[in-house]
Write a new protein. Sequence first.
Length: 377
Amino acid sequence: MNSVQRYADWCRHIALPYWAEHAWDRRSGGFLEALSLDGRPVTGDSRRVRTQARQVYVFARAHIAGWCDSADLAIDGYELLEQRAKAPDGSGGWVHRLTDSGGVEDSTRDLYDHTFILLALAWLYRLTHDPRYRREAEAILAFLDADLRHVHGGYAESVGAPTLTRRQNPHMHFFECMLAWHAVTGDRMWLDRASEVLGLLVTRFIDSASGCLMEFFDDQWRPDPSTVGDVVEPGHEMEWVWLLDSYQRAGGPVPDQIAKRLYHHAQMFGVNPATGFMMSAISRDGRALQGGSRTWVQTEWLRAALARYRQGSSANLSEAETAAAELLRWHVDPAGTGGWIDHVDEIGHRAVDRIPASTLYHLFGAALDAADATRES
């Protein structure tokens, strides 16, 4: 597993130390939204709350793993985020975006954002054992139940903004953060919450005819009637594969063949035949809609292949090696120290001029799984 090992080593020994040094905005505090391709801070951008929370998660978990001395960075990052983004207008929940100086730019309450605050809180709680992090997580869950619960299941996308097309993606991350809280507390309540989302996955998110994962829906969880209702993202199919593995290892029952079908669909239709990387978006019938590659899509392919290998599919070990090789080839190796080329087009040409900090969450998670696999093999 040369590429899998090399990728894990790159993330642990190069990327994480680099970001621990460069992620923080020394001018106005908080985590930067992006770096330039040569590693300079990108200023003037608004700060997504989800990016701040993802960075807190990364640095908390990296410290616990012994990969980086980053406990203070995680704790300080959360403290400043809470000060700036938690209910500054007196309403419940956390705001959606901040300015780069820390002011509120968008006061929308967004489901996706809150899932990552919950994930960050789970790892801060594991890091410090401070009960206030659990209390805040429970307060956020109460807010979501009170303000975003939807009559047709799951949660609304947001409050305080125009009604959005319903999406599976934030529900997938809600599933993820519920698993994180179950892992740290052992409380069955969190696993039961994840099980609710699993029910949506099985009955609504997956197209029964093709077995693919649908992305966009109307108010009653029917595929959106516009053209976006045909969009399938292979990276999300792969993301669900390793999340289902995590759920099963936590003691939750997973319907037979569901992860296998998702993996097979992404592998069958999602790989760009000219480049070898997994594409950003395809149609329900397998046509390329966005034939380029995002870094996160390749990390999820790697994680899914390793999850299938853990489930006893030995052939997936070679597929993990392929996924890691594609990730290195198109995204890591062409970049500067500690960075990556976050987006390439359908023929592999660079299609971005900055390094989004939010992608570190994906890179780090895949590296942890890669390191585990290389220790066990």
